[in-house]
Design a protein around this ligand. Structure first.
Ligand code: 4AD
Ligand code: MG
Length: 462
């Protein structure tokens, strides 16, 4: 096979011969000349291929359907025309793989709900190609941010025996047969006969292992898939999603918030700089005002308010919430969005939540009622980040585990950190897909994951 040039690299080949391979995104053929818009995945924009009637298989090319794959040989020329600054004048085109008129993505715009029914083909549209490109860039930007700031990338396990959030929303991992599983005398499942000798789950968060590593390496971060068996059929919840979790030793939650804020600004900068065509497309087609909003954030100081203050502000608001607000409730999406969209008008950290609604590992504040927690809420999405200072005091941690109904024996390793040189430490988790929704303006998490997993995903048509 000949080496292909990427459309992305073409500018260096002015007036020279190139060989390209790609798919037909559009075409129109006249009596004497045809135009094919070709895309090879390397650019957002299609490249125009000019096909003259002299090409021997002109009729064959004319009869091709959308998404047929081609090899094109021809001369790359700059046109001087602003809309189509360059084109390839083809001298030879061979059809590599025909398509058919049944190809489900025809020219007219189809709703994203429909696209979800064809996950294997939808990346061939502008919207999804742009999403997956930005997804890749955003992941890279986040890595770059942490690597440049001295963090070590660590890899907690996917299969674990403990529940990092203590919320019981885990998928089991087992090789026991659902028809014939061993039982103990009391009739319960005997996991000692299971593969790992104990009941095992897919991780909900790599935090507990990240804490172990932070107390040796200083500043660490994880970035990988996490799983939650939450029955939340919402546009912001997935059963399988990626989370980025920095964990920092000798760090209180104020510094952790600084890191979160800098990280978001850095990532936005990087995406705006490196995905200009994609963000312009999102701004035009998906979320008008996106670029202005993102630009504003680059220079803004993110607001920080306590949960207690947030509840007061919500109580004073002229808004009838579906879920009434009072001190002690867990903030719902409607409250989170109202706070960031209407009250603050940008990203906001809400801090110091009641201990009853937060995880067992969070540091208890001196008031005895709240914990040193923070959530970052952003317009359009709601909760983007959840984090906290960790309870580093052994006795307080045991007390909290007991109050949260956890079996202290299951967390021996975690308690050891508090026995052998404990330090103040903090961290947070960024929902990667939520960050992607935020920077693209896409409203449903199912449209930023190639193969979204959620309740009833395998029977639901979208
Ligand atoms: O707030 P969460 O549950 O926090 C943790 O898991 C901590 N262990 C993080 C830490 O301190 N290291 O989750 C963190 C973030 C949320 O703010 C949200 O953005 C995202 O993960 N998230 C989800 N994203 C998509 N689908 C879901 N079901 C999600 N659940 C949480
Ligand atoms: Mg949370």
């Amino acid at each position: 096979m000949k080496i292909r040039e990427l459309i992305n690299d073409l500018e260096k080949y002015k007036d020279s011969e190139v060989i390209l391979q790609g798919w037909i995104r559009n075409s129109r053929f006249g009596k004497n000349v045809g135009f094919i818009e070709l895309n090879d995945g390397s650019t957002f924009k299609n490249l125009q291929i000019v096909v003259s009637k002299d090409i021997e298989n002109y009729d064959e090319l004319d009869s091709q359907n959308l998404s047929a794959s081609l090899e094109v040989e021809g001369k790359f020329v700059l046109t001087g025309n602003e809309r189509n600054p360059y084109e390839v004048q083809a001298t030879r085109i061979s059809v590599l793989g025909e398509s058919s008129d049944k190809f489900p993505i025809q020219k007219k715009r189809q709703p994203l709900e429909y696209m979800r029914t064809i996950p294997h083909l939808r990346a061939r549209t502008n919207t999804y190609r742009a999403v997956f490109k930005v997804r890749s860039l955003l992941a890279y930007a986040l890595h770059k941010f942490f690597q440049e700031n001295g963090f070590t990338y660590v890899h907690p396990p996917i299969i674990t025996a403990s529940d990092a959030e203590g919320a019981g929303e885990m998928f089991n991992v087992t090789t026991l047969s659902p028809e014939e599983y061993p039982t103990k005398e009391d009739g319960s499942i005997d996991y000692s006969k299971d593969f790992f000798g104990k009941s095992a789950h897919l991780t909900v968060s790599g935090q507990l292992e990240a804490e172990d590593l932070a107390l040796a390496l200083g500043d660490v971060y994880t970035f990988g898939p996490t799983f939650r068996a939450e029955v939340s059929n919402t546009p912001r919840h997935a059963a399988e999603f990626w989370m980025l979790e920095p964990e920092m030793a000798f760090t209180d939650y104020n510094r952790a918030m600084d890191v979160a804020e800098n990280m978001i600004k850095y990532a936005i900068d990087y995406v705006l700089e490196n995905a200009k065509e994609e963000t312009a497309f999102f701004n035009e087609r998906i979320d008008e005002g996106l670029i202005d909003r993102l630009n504003k954030i680059r220079n803004a100081d993110f607001a920080r308010i306590t949960y207690t203050k947030a509840v007061e502000l919500l109580e004073e608001a002229d808004e009838k919430f579906e879920y009434p607000v009072k001190w002690g409730i867990d903030l719902q999406t409607e409250h989170e969005r109202y706070l960031s969209e209407k009250i603050v008008g940008g990203p906001v950290f809400v801090t110091d939540y009641p201990k009853e609604i937060k995880a067992f590992y969070m540091k208890r504040n001196d008031d005895g009622k709240t914990v040193a927690a923070f959530d970052m809420l952003v317009p359009g999405v709601g909760e983007l980040i959840g984090g906290s200072q960790r309870e580093e005091r052994y006795d307080e941690l045991v007390k909290s585990m007991e109050e949260n109904g956890l079996n202290v024996d299951d967390y021996g390793n975690y308690l050891d950190l508090r026995r052998f040189g404990t330090v103040v430490h903090s961290g947070f988790g960024l929902g990667f897909e939520r960050a992607l929704m935020y920077v693209t303006g896409i409203k449903n998490i199912r449209d930023v994951i190639a193969y979204p997993r959620y309740v009833n995903a395998f029977t639901d048509k979208n």
